[in-house]
Design a protein around this ligand. Sequence first.
Ligand SMILES: [Zn+2]
Length: 202
Amino acid sequence: MDVKNDGHPGSTQRLGLAAAPNGLCLVQDLVNTAGMAVPAFPDLLGEPASAQDWLDGALHVWTEQTGQAPPRLSLAEHDLDRLRDLRDRLRGRLAGEAGDPTWHPLTLSLSHQGGRVTYRPEGDGADGVASLVWTETLLAAHTGTLTRLKTCANPACGAAFYDMSRNGSRVWHDVKTCGNLHNLRASRARRRTSAETAHPIA
Ligand SMILES: [Zn+2]
């Protein structure tokens, strides 16, 4: 597992998952901040310090992937609820939920120099993060990579992973854990059904 500069694994890295390509990694990283019971992972948006640590690391990966200057974004207590709400919306979108059509205002600056376009959020806090996250969602939707960013089909997991399979049919973030758990439950259910059929309850 890669460990970023300050020694803390990022939200996607702690799941042992590869980062989505280009700036889409930021969308994936935000979804993966959610806490998990097994393995016991805290919600990285639970308090300002852990949220800032997460954001600094996520922007470091974003900078490496996009080759753009790292935006300076700082988070305070009042940003956390909004980021968690943004995370829920993104998770719903990745899971294919239709949801209500919502317009997301962006505050972004573009620079066009030497044939290269770069962009940066102009707001701070949750506004800045949301602007960058929705921009990456838009870009990925246009390049066709957004459909490969998925959430694990195990509802107790929900990890965001980038599907690099040839036909784009991957549904588990890790087939050895979430996939096997699902298969085990399905085979137990089948055994129960066949036992009840063989010995019907009077
Ligand atoms: Zn999973």
